[in-house]
Design a binder for this molecule. Structure first.
Ligand code: MG
Length: 372
């Protein structure tokens, strides 16, 4: 069973506001059309996009790096665009076509599955949601019995919908209407409120909210510093008396360095060394909180919030346990992350390896963040 996707993106979409058609406007960090293409692509064997003439550059910017056949240039009316798309697909005709709005980036796997299943009995199927709100016209109540809000994708046996569009002369609002006029058998499957269509600025705001928190990242950081002569070590900003100190260009706060690198890692923005080159004398002896503050600044600038930090310090001496609470407080004070989302703990390495021989201290950290 060969399934093709056809995304109709030829509209001008001016109700959403802005200078460019809504399907090319940014939603989070990607244009709407790109999100819609990537949402449908896993469920089809091939996918074509119908665009308006003149939108080629915007299409290339949004989807040019996705391996798709060239976009099809649509017509003035929606049904003209769909027909152009179906004709292009007919050179290597699929069994089923899913015709989808460019402005619905949240199509779910369940809907696609249900649609394809429905086509074993019908020539067409669409996702629909029963109307539950009271309806009024001219101060008169209108019965909502049997009323359904239709969504896309709308699925059809390819040959049947191609013939229906060829025969169609009007300006149908969607492909189910074209199919019904042509007498095709149509059924509906349960739609999904999350599969809403972006039309107005309020829809974009709702979509941004729906996306928030979906970008969750973790990063790890690892650091080692060797012991040298001295009388204290600095770990997570806390000075702990010890018979030696840690050697390093800055204050050698191995734990804070690991945490900072975990954050840079989650952002995919390199590491401390790239932001604060050791070759630069201004960082000599620097308190490491400036590194951590810089990483936090990047977290905010990139629109993320850190949800958790976990740091494990590996050493035989000094004993970390009595200082762990102070370290957590200090990290919380610098980062403004709540205390119950910051973990600092320690382990020995059972006298094995360089930490076991007390040649230095290692620290490993994990940072978890999500997009706001
Ligand atoms: Mg370091």
């Amino acid at each position: 069973m060969k399934i093709a996707g056809l995304i109709v993106a030829a509209g001008q979409g001016i109700r959403a506001g802005g200078d460019i058609p809504k399907q090319y406007q940014m939603l989070g960090d990607a244009p709407v059309l790109r999100r819609t293409v990537l949402a449908l692509l896993p469920f089809v064997d091939g996918l074509r996009v119908v665009i308006a003439d003149g939108h080629q550059d915007m299409y290339a910017a949004a989807c040019g790096d996705i391996r798709l056949s060239d976009p099809i240039i649509g017509g003035t009316e929606r049904s003209d665009s769909v027909l152009a798309g179906l004709q292009a697909l007919s050179t290597d005709a699929p069994d089923i076509v899913l015709i989808h709005d460019a402005a619905r980036p949240f199509v779910s796997p369940q809907i696609v599955k249900d649609l394809v299943t429905a086509l074993t009995e019908s020539q067409g199927a669409y996702p629909g949601i029963p109307v539950v709100d009271a309806l009024w016209r001219d101060n008169q109540p209108v019965s909502r019995d049997g009323l359904i809000r239709a969504q896309t994708p709308q699925a059809f046996r390819f040959d049947a919908i191609l013939a229906a569009h060829h025969a169609h002369t009007g300006n149908a609002k969607d492909d189910v209407e074209v199919a019904m006029i042509a007498g095709l058998s149509i059924t509906n499957v349960m739609g999904d409120e999350a599969n809403f269509k972006l039309t107005t600025p309020a829809d974009f705001a709702r979509a941004e909210t729906a996306l928030s928190g979906s970008d969750i990242r973790t990063g790890n950081g690892y650091d080692v510093h060797a012991f040298t002569v001295g009388n204290h070590v600095t770990l997570c900003g806390i000075d702990i008396p010890h018979t030696r100190s840690l050697k390093g260009h800055s204050d050698a706060d191995v734990a804070m360095h690991a945490i900072t690198d975990a954050i840079f890692g989650a952002l995919a923005e390199g590491d401390i060394g790239q932001w604060f080159p050791p070759s630069d004398p201004q960082w000599k002896g620097a308190a490491s909180d400036i590194f951590l503050r810089k990483a936090m600044e990047r977290v905010s600038e990139r629109g993320f919030i850190i949800t958790h930090i976990d740091c494990t310090i590996v050493c035989e001496q000094p004993k970390i346990g009595p200082h762990a609470a102070a370290m957590r407080h200090q990290i919380s004070a610098i980062t403004h992350i709540p205390l119950d989302r910051i973990s600092v703990k320690a382990t020995t390495s059972e006298r094995l390896g360089f930490t076991g021989r007390e040649e230095g201290i290692a620290a490993i950290a994990t940072a978890t963040m999500r997009k706001l």
